[in-house]
Design a protein around this ligand. Structure first.
Ligand code: SF4
Ligand code: SF4
Length: 439
C-alpha cells in the first residue's frame, strides 16, 4: 500500500501581497530624488511575457474564473460573492457593512469609476486615502514630481523595480477601526486566490491593517493563471505606469478623511474579508468586437500620453482612453468625440491594444444609431478648420492661445483647455511654392 500524502493545510485567508517601488518611499522622501539605475530590465522581454499572460487570461477567462472560485472556496476565513453589475455589488457591500457608512477606496478603476457612484447613491461616504496622502507631502511634492517627471524613463533604463513590501496572511490586527476598505485588486491568481496590489503610497497597507471589513473587488480581467503571472502583471503595471503617477499630483478637489483618528476597536480580531467578483459588462466584451480591452492591465500609460486630455475629468480622477472607451460602451460616459486617432495611446500600450481603432469603431456604431453632433462634424473636418485658421491668422492664433477663450472652446468643441494646438499661418505651403516659382 502506498503512503497517503499528507493533506496540505489551507490558510484561513489567501495571502494578500502589496508591491511597492523598490527604492522605499521613506528612503526617497528623506534623501530626495533617488533612482535605481542598476536595475535596467529588458522592456521588450517584459512586454512579450506580459502579452502571453494577458492573452491567456482573455482566452480562458471562464475557466480561470471557475478555478478562482474553487480556490477561494477553500479559505474558511473569507466570504465570496459574485455581482453581475454595480448595483448588485453595492447592495452586497451595503448588506455586509454592519451599520457603518464610511469607506476607504483605492484608486483602481473598477472601484472609482464603476462602484463608487452606486455606493454613494446608497448612502456611503467614500474617500480615496491615496490622494490625501499626496496632499500631505506638500514639501516633498516638488521632489516627487521631479523624480517621476524624468523624461524618457524607459529609454534611459531608469525604471524602478517593484518588490513585495507587505504580505497579509491573517486578519488579526491590533489597530482595527470601524470602517470598510473597498479595494480593487490589480491581479489575482486563479490557482490559489493570492491577491496582488501595487501601491505608491501607504494607503493599501494601512487599509489592510486597519479596516474592520475588507472587500477585495475582482474585475474579471484581473484573474490570471497563477501567482507568478499575478505578481508579474502587478510589477508590469508599475513599470509601464511609472510616469502616470504624475497624473495624481495635480490639485485635487477631493475631500479627505483622517481614518487614523477613528478609535481603535477593542477585540480587533473581529474582522471580515470579502472577495467580490464583478463582471459589469466585461463578459460581453469577450464575445463582442472589443475583446482586446480585456488585455488591459490598467497601467494608465495611455492616459499620460493622450494629447487631448479628454480623459481628464472632474473630481480629480483621470480616465485612461481605454477606461473612457469602456465607460462609453457600458453607457455611463458620453461618446469619445474629441479623439483624433493620433495613435499615441497605442504606441505606449505595453500589450498593444489598438485603442484608436476601437474608439473609431465605437464612434461609428454610435453615429450609425444616433447621427453625428455638429461638434463631431466640425472635428471630423480638420481641413475646414485649418483653412479657417489660416485665413484668419494671426487672429486665430491669438484666439486659440487666449486663456479666457480656452474654456469656451472646451465647452463648445470639446478640446481640453490645456491642449496645445499648432500655430496657423496665412502663408500656406501651396502659396509659398507658387511664390517661390514666381520668384
Ligand atoms: S488616439 Fe485618441 S485616445 Fe489615443 S492618444 Fe490619440 S487622441 Fe488620445
Ligand atoms: S490600454 Fe492603457 S491602461 Fe491599458 S494596458 Fe494599455 S496603456 Fe495600460
Amino acid at each position: 500500500m502506498g503512503k497517503e500524502r499528507p493533506k496540505e493545510v489551507v490558510a484561513e485567508i489567501p495571502s494578500i501581497l502589496v508591491l511597492e517601488p523598490a527604492a522605499e518611499q521613506r528612503k526617497r522622501r528623506a534623501a530626495g530624488v533617488e533612482v535605481r539605475k542598476e536595475f535596467q530590465p529588458d522592456l521588450e522581454s517584459i512586454k512579450t511575457h506580459l502579452k502571453e499572460i494577458r492573452h491567456h487570461s482573455r482566452d480562458n477567462h471562464s475557466v480561470l474564473l471557475e478555478e478562482l472560485q474553487r480556490s477561494l472556496g477553500q479559505y474558511a476565513g473569507l466570504k465570496l460573492a459574485i455581482a453581475s453589475d454595480v448595483k448588485q455589488a453595492a447592495s452586497y457591500i451595503k448588506e455586509i457593512a454592519g451599520g457603518t457608512d464610511l469607506a476607504s477606496i483605492n484608486k483602481s478603476n473598477v472601484v472609482i469609476n464603476e462602484i463608487r457612484p452606486e455606493l454613494e447613491a446608497s448612502g456611503f461616504k467614500t474617500y480615496i486615502r491615496y490622494f490625501t496622502e499626496f496632499k500631505n507631502i506638500d514639501k516633498f511634492e516638488r521632489k516627487v514630481e521631479d523624480y517621476w517627471a524624468l523624461p524618457g524613463l524607459h529609454e534611459r533604463g531608469l525604471v524602478e523595480s517593484f518588490d513585495i513590501a507587505k504580505t497579509v496572511t491573517q486578519l488579526n490586527s491590533s489597530e482595527v477601526r470601524d470602517y470598510l476598505a473597498i479595494l480593487g485588486v490589480n491581479a489575482i491568481s486563479a490557482e490559489d486566490g493570492f491577491a496582488f496590489f501595487l501601491q505608491h503610497m501607504s494607503n493599501i497597507s494601512k487599509d489592510l491593517q486597519q479596516a474592520r471589513k475588507i472587500v477585495l473587488v475582482v474585475s474579471l480581467e484581473k484573474v490570471v493563471q497563477d501567482r507568478e503571472a499575478a505578481s508579474f502583471q502587478t510589477r508590469s503595471m508599475g513599470i509601464f505606469g511609472l510616469e502616470s503617477v504624475l497624473l495624481d499630483l495635480g490639485p485635487k478637489e477631493i475631500e479627505g478623511y483622517d481614518f487614523e483618528s477613528l478609535p481603535i476597536l477593542a477585540g480587533g480580531q473581529d474582522r471580515e474579508l470579502h472577495v467580490l467578483i464583478l463582471d459589469n459588462g466585461r463578459g460581453g466584451l469577450v464575445s463582442g468586437g472589443y475583446q482586446d480591452l480585456f488585455l488591459c492591465i490598467d497601467c494608465r500609460a495611455c492616459a499620460r500620453q493622450c494629447p487631448i486630455g479628454l480623459h481628464l475629468v472632474k473630481k480629480g480622477w483621470v480616465y485612461s482612453p481605454k477606461n473612457y472607451l469602456f465607460g462609453f460602451l457600458q453607457g455611463w460616459l458620453p461618446p469619445t468625440e474629441a479623439c483624433f486617432h493620433c495613435g499615441r495611446c497605442q504606441v505606449e500600450c505595453p500589450v498593444d491594444i489598438d485603442i484608436p481603432t476601437l474608439i473609431w469603431r465605437a464612434q461609428l456604431e454610435h453615429y450609425v444609431r444616433h447621427g453625428r453632433t455638429w461638434k463631431k462634424r466640425l472635428l471630423d473636418n480638420p481641413e475646414l478648420l485649418a483653412k479657417l485658421g489660416s485665413l484668419t491668422a494671426p487672429l486665430s492664433n491669438w484666439a486659440k492661445d487666449n486663456s479666457l477663450l480656452k474654456p469656451i472652446m472646451e465647452t463648445l468643441v470639446g478640446l481640453h483647455r490645456k491642449a496645445q494646438l499648432p500655430a496657423f499661418h496665412r502663408q500656406t505651403l501651396r502659396k509659398l511654392i507658387k511664390g517661390g516659382s514666381r520668384g
